[in-house]
Design a protein around this ligand. Structure first.
Ligand code: ATP
Ligand code: MG
Length: 456
């Protein structure tokens, strides 16, 4: 890792170095918080977790050949160099900040309330047509995940595509300090983490901290169809590039047509040439993600043909509108997470499926005092779609069920309080060839429902 000698690392995290002068000049091969992965030449960071205090793995890590350990207490018997710090978590952030500065590459930082991971995947798929790209794995987007992603970067990488997620004020400021983005992308400002951020204006302010460390010659790419993002006309002297379905936006889409569960097609208009593209994952929202990908691709000098190819190569992730044909049902595994915006988006796509349509929806978390109303709104939306069976699971989902039934008395609506009950009852309610959408907030563990439906 470039310039990552033990001496530089100790300085970067204001730690006290204990070890030989010779070792101090050595360069580490990687950084990990997982003791099992700390091999020859590694730097192991011992974190005190809620369940496990990783300090106890220090002897094992040295045996495995680790070059150095970062720890909050001096090891009883240190078989190698260690750096003593006040907080290992803070050290990780400080070291990531230092390391990022050593690397001469473009960083794309992606935030927003909904669709960060999906947009990150799309942007990475586009950029991979021309560049060597390293992207956040899964959802490693917070104050621990982002540094760990930064540590995976190597000099050969040309572009880093980083997801940045927060739940409170100040966090994005710290993430921005680590990532130092050249390009900032914001997907939308929704009703997430309202218990900390208050309202959507609070969400906008908190997310806008991403600009605190943007490069001076940086690029800002925003969803202009979002009323809050549309108010950002000047970001530290940078004029944002707006994308959106509305034809007023610089990068927009026309001729949008659903291909059912196979995806969605459209014409992307860029001002530098238009192109037709098939996005291989369904959902109206995927058009937004493709437009964001286009905007980033153009800002990094790609041709529209390269961008089109990149969009068409997008692959779906488990839990995010991942379609599984079981032979018995078509399961739409969207169980990774949910909030009112994404629930409505997914219900919209289900509408396009053939055959009988079933939605299994669960509670959405972190909605603050409006949680009841927001669940009712999803119920109303479900009632408006051509869905034959709605199964609502969880305590708050009872509001969803009631609102749906009121909206559409013809629809069969079932409510269950617990996941256990759902796992038992749902298979009895389904018919062969049903298309089944499975979606709830992460804490509901709807992946267990997907498991039951796909295990046969
Ligand atoms: P998290 O906060 O958990 O990291 P996220 O912002 O990364 O969430 P995704 O995991 O990408 O969001 O998407 C969550 C769901 O939102 C998807 O399953 C999909 O239904 C929907 N979605 C994806 N992209 C968009 C978008 N641009 N606008 C609205 N909804 C979207
Ligand atoms: Mg995510």
């Amino acid at each position: 890792m470039k310039n990552m000698t033990l001496g530089n690392i100790a300085e970067a995290c204001s730690g006290t170095y204990h070890g030989t002068e010779e070792a101090k000049e050595k360069t580490i091969t990687d950084i990990t918080t997982d003791s099992r992965k700390a091999g020859k030449g590694s730097l192991f960071v011992a974190i005190k977790g809620e369940k496990v205090d990783a300090h106890r793995f220090i002897p094992a890590v040295f045996e495995q050949g680790a070059l150095c350990v970062i720890c909050e207490q001096a090891p009883e018997q240190a078989a190698g160099a260690y750096i003593l710090v006040e907080s290992s978590l803070q050290a990780i952030k400080d070291i990531a900040e230092f390391y990022r500065k050593q690397l001469d590459m473009k960083v794309v930082g992606i935030t927003g309330s909904v669709g960060k991971t999906s947009t990150k995947e799309m942007i990475a798929s586009v950029l991979s047509e021309k560049y060597r790209v390293l992207k956040t794995l899964g959802n490693f987007n917070n104050e621990l995940g982002l540094p760990l992603t930064v540590f995976r970067l190597r000099e050969e990488d040309e572009i880093a595509v980083l997801e940045m997620g927060i739940s409170n004020f100040g966090e994005m400021h710290r993430l921005s300090k680590i990532a130092r983005p050249d390009i900032c992308v914001m997907t939308n400002i929704g009703q997430c983490h309202l218990e900390f951020l208050g309202d959507r204006d609070g969400v906008l302010r908190a997310k806008s901290e991403i600009f605190d460390y943007i490069a001076e010659d940086g690029t800002v790419i925003l969803n202009g169809d979002d009323d809050k993002l549309a108010t950002l006309h000047d970001v530290k002297g940078i004029t944002p590039v707006f994308f959106g379905i509305d034809s007023e936006r610089k990068i927009h889409a026309t001729n949008i047509h659903s291909l059912g569960l196979k995806g969605i097609a459209c014409t992307v208009c860029t001002g530098q040439g238009d192109f037709d593209v098939t996005i291989p994952i369904p959902g109206y929202h995927m058009v937004y993600n493709a437009l964001a990908g286009t905007a980033v691709g153009l800002s990094l000098g790609m041709t529209t043909e390269e961008i089109r190819r990149g969009i068409e190569k997008l692959e779906s992730l488990n839990g995010r509108f991942h379609i599984i044909e079981t032979g018995e049902y078509t399961v739409v595994d969207d169980c990774y997470n949910a909030n009112p915006v994404s629930m409505k988006a997914s219900l919209n796509v289900l509408h396009d499926a053939l055959g009988r349509k079933v939605a299994i929806l669960g509670d959405m978390g972190e909605l603050g005092e409006n949680e009841r109303q927001l669940h009712e709104e999803v119920g109303v939306e479900a009632g408006k779609q051509d869905i034959q069976l709605l199964i609502c699971v969880g305590v708050l989902s009872e509001y969803m069920a009631k609102a749906a039934k009121e909206m559409n008395p013809q629809m069969e609506v079932v409510h269950m309080d617990t996941l256990e009950e759902a796992l038992e009852e749902i298979p009895k309610l389904l018919q062969k060839e049903d298309t089944v959408l499975v979606k709830a907030s992460h804490f509901m563990h709807f992946e267990k429902i997907v498991e039951v439906l796909t295990s046969k």
